[in-house]
Design a protein around this ligand. Structure first.
Ligand SMILES: Nc1ncnc2c1ncn2[C@@H]1O[C@H](COP(=O)(O)OP(=O)(O)O)[C@@H](O)[C@H]1O
Ligand SMILES: [Mg+2]
Length: 339
């Protein structure tokens, strides 16, 4: 597989009056062409800031303070604003949780779409209209020829998200970053949007980065998962390993909060949310950032940041329990969620 995107030791901070908020603190990962990767973690752990860093969209008082973001070998942290604008128009598409904030309410879909098609794809107006309608059809909008001329408020939430995907795909990007794309939608529509993204990936070989707080939505789409906690990746694994052989207590917690598809006793089984709150990123704990919430925390966890322990070449977790000197702790059996 060829690496499309290579993020190395990315650190992004916000310089607030209260101090430096280390929102992303040493994140590294690779994305292959055509691969679907999930980034999962509770709200506030740095998922969106990671995505915005890749897109070159981190706003003041935020700043990328370290690392490289290589797209096809080119480091985007060194790119000019103009180059980044080209990357956003042509190479990476992004969709957000709430399409209304990224769609302009006073412009019709036609006006919003043909502008970018003419600018980035260098199409004539007539060609842009034809292409725009084609894209709406591709994402499953009925009566696309009429809908093309309507305004965002005339679309339901699910349909708006389809429009956003059509727009993100307009320039034929190699990567689609979807930040909580289904969080605002109800469950059936959620499933349809995920199916749509799966179809896009299959037919166009677009790599996908799916960002979500909900481990339950990643299984059908993604092959690999990064679990993020307080600005760091704490576990990374192929999806089966993460569901059936998770190694980090934080991942156990995320899985424990999931209802199981195969469990007859879901009614009786308690869904256990993770106790406590993520740390303040202004002054994170000195050792493992999850230690204050971890029921297995040892002395060392409070003092030293755990390194990545390798379970297999594809599966790593940053937890002192994986050190050979640590006591053996088995993942509680209920946590293994069904795929
Ligand atoms: N503009 C900002 N100013 C200060 N802190 C910010 C700003 N934007 C994000 N942060 C902080 O960065 C951290 C990560 O945020 P974010 O990436 O949005 O989390 P997630 O997407 O995982 O919910 C949070 O702790 C948040 O408080
Ligand atoms: Mg977010």
């Amino acid at each position: 597989m060829n690496t499309l995107l290579d993020v190395k030791d990315l650190k992004t901070s916000f310089y607030t009056y209260a101090g430096e908020v280390k929102a992303v603190d040493g994140v590294s990962f690779q994305l292959d062409a055509g691969e679907a990767l999930a980034i999962v973690g509770e709200s506030g752990c740095g998922k969106s800031v990671t995505a915005l860093s890749i897109m070159g969209l981190v706003q003041d008082p935020g700043k990328i303070v370290n690392g490289q973001i290589c797209l096809n070998g080119r480091d985007l942290t060194l790119a000019s604003n103009k180059e980044l604008c080209g990357v956003r128009g042509n190479e990476i598409g992004m969709i957000f949780q709430d399409p209304l904030t990224s769609l302009n309410p006073v412009l019709s879909i036609e006006q919003q779409m043909i502008e970018s098609l003419m600018l980035h794809q260098k199409l004539s107006k007539r060609q842009a209209i034809t292409r725009g309608i084609e894209l709406l059809k591709m994402v499953g909008i009925p009566a696309a020829e009429d809908r093309f001329y309507q305004y965002p408020h005339q679309f339901s939430g699910g349909m708006r998200q389809r429009v956003m995907i059509a727009m993100a795909m307009a320039c034929g990007p190699k990567i689609l970053i979807a930040d909580e794309p289904t969080t605002a939608l109800d469950v059936t529509i959620q499933a349809q949007i995920l199916e749509l993204m799966k179809g896009v990936r299959k037919s166009l070989n677009t790599a996908i980065v799916l960002i979500t707080h909900d481990l339950g939505v990643v299984a059908g789409l993604c092959q690999r998962v990064l679990v993020m906690y307080a600005g760091k990746i704490v576990e990374r694994a192929p999806i089966e390993d993460l569901y059936y052989r998770p190694k980090h207590p934080y991942t156990w917690g995320l899985l424990g909060a999931l209802p199981r598809l195969d469990a007859e006793d879901n009614q009786k089984r308690k869904l256990t949310p993770i106790w406590g709150k993520p740390p303040d990123l202004l002054a994170p704990p000195p050792g493992c950032r999850f230690a204050p919430r971890c029921q297995y925390a040892m002395k060392i966890c409070e003092r030293e940041v755990p390194p990545d322990f390798e379970i297999t070449p594809q599966h790593q977790a940053a937890c002192w329990l994986l050190d050979p000197r640590a006591p053996k702790v088995e993942h509680f059996p209920e946590g293994s969620a069904a795929l």
